[in-house]
Design a protein around this ligand. Structure first.
Ligand SMILES: [Mg+2]
Length: 312
């Protein structure tokens, strides 16, 4: 997430504590369902699992109007939601869009980007809601399916498995850094910040080959890797950091908004071969899952704490 301005802390303990609090309020899901705590909720559909996810972009918190057009914000809002479906090994069925604080020109520009992403990722926009607001707010909910496959949760990683990411990291954060220096900047890094690509094909490929756990990298590898490790009760030992050209190590580890997928898979699976057979870029192997949940290392050294946690 872009954090132009951090909001006031309104829940002691921040986003993680708030999520745990809400999970307790909502209670336990029925058998076979997953509610709070993964990339998307998993519901029991008549023909297999359904995925249900939502995401919120707030002007001044997640985006700055000076650095992104409303069309870019619209694209990114849908793309980040679709990334949560990708992280479960799913594909989209439909989305609804709620907008607050959008003038008529804003609305047209937002929908230009929303519809481009809708067409690019075959996710029809089927309705929504409008409201007044002092700042622009875009909230999207997406429905998806795994086409009968079990969804890939964050909790399935086991010691001895290998860890992969679907691309190099840090491009979006580097792009934002360039835009802050020069709002007229262009190029691949700026494009990665404004128009992230949800890795839907890669997510389905990982699920099909038997990935044991998966998460999308929305808040930075450091934080999202810790989330996957905690959900799986395992440790992680990274062997190098796949920073993209032009990004710093800090941006690769903690920048966020890359929307690449991180997954674990048994060393017996030919992950690169499976991706190549599907015409996808081979994932980058970044390390391994270890038994001790206290282990979080990068090249043998303690993994720096990095990544974006909403303060709420
Ligand atoms: Mg996610």
């Amino acid at each position: 997430m872009v954090r132009a301005v951090s909001g006031p802390t309104s829940f002691s303990g921040g986003e993680l504590a708030a999520t745990e609090h809400l999970a307790a309020l909502l209670g336990s899901p029925p058998r076979g369902e997953v509610w709070v705590g993964d990339d998307a909720a998993v519901l029991s559909g008549r023909e297999g699992p359904l995925l249900f996810a939502t995401d919120l972009l707030v002007e001044g918190v997640h985006f700055e109007r000076a650095l992104s057009s409303c069309a870019d914000v619209g694209w990114k809002a849908l793309a980040s939601n679709l990334s949560d479906l990708a992280a479960m090994g799913g594909r989209p069925l439909a989305a609804v869009v709620a907008l607050a604080g959008a003038s008529q020109p804003d609305l047209d520009s937002l929908y230009e980007g929303l519809l481009e992403a809708s067409r690019a990722y075959s996710c029809p926009l089927v309705g929504g809601d409008l409201s007044d607001s002092p700042v622009l707010v875009v909230s999207i909910a997406v429905l998806g399916t795994t086409d009968g496959r079990p969804p890939v949760l964050r909790s399935g990683a086991r010691p001895g498995e290998r860890l992969f990411v679907t691309g190099t990291l840090g491009a979006a954060a580097a792009g934002l850094r360039l835009l802050r220096v020069d709002p007229a900047a262009t190029g691949e890094l700026v494009g990665a910040h404004r128009r992230p690509r949800p890795r839907l094909g890669e997510g389905i490929a990982a699920a099909s080959l038997g990935a044991s756990a998966m998460i999308d990298l929305s808040d930075g590898l450091g934080l999202d890797l810790a989330r996957l490790a905690a959900a799986s009760s395992v440790g992680v030992a990274l062997e190098g950091l796949p920073a993209c050209a032009g990004a710093t190590e800090e941006e690769a580890l903690g920048g966020g908004e890359d929307y690449e997928l991180l997954f674990s898979a048994s060393p017996e699976i030919d992950v690169a071969g499976e991706f190549a057979r599907l015409g996808l870029r081979p994932p980058i192997e970044i390390g391994q899952v270890v038994a001790d949940p206290a282990t979080r290392t990068l090249d043998g050294e303690p993994l720096p704490r990095a990544g974006y946690l909403h303060r709420l």
